[in-house]
Design a protein around this ligand. Sequence first.
Ligand SMILES: [Zn+2]
Ligand SMILES: [Zn+2]
Length: 144
Amino acid sequence: MTPTSPPIHEGGCVCGAVRYRVQGKPALTVVCHCTFCRRRLASAFAMVAFFPHEAVEFVQGEVATHEHISDASGRWLRMNFCSRCGTTLGHSAEFRPGVRAVAVGTLDEQDWFTVDRHVWAQSKLPWVQIPEGVPTFQQAYLAP
Ligand SMILES: [Zn+2]
Ligand SMILES: [Zn+2]
């Protein structure tokens, strides 16, 4: 019997130029209601899945990176985009070494995990309702 390898899931950008693969389940999934994430994803909140760095592989296309330095902490956040269509694919952050955040909306299938926690609830939009029983933090939750 061969050992079962972790499942592979794929994702990519809107134009199809960039494709990536993730291996296994996310280490952590977060919905972030902070204003920064809302702006960078042009959305009402961000849904992010964190994977170990080595579990994410870009297999096709050219990925552009924008490095944002936080006003508050002075630490970097590197946001990844398709260099052709601009779709945000994810990011890595100085304060989370060893993990890569995948923008959940770019996965081909998004129903194989659930939300572990909501963060920055203090700035969420009033019409967004967080389901009962999901751990919720008023600000950041930085532990892995
Ligand atoms: Zn693209
Ligand atoms: Zn955020």
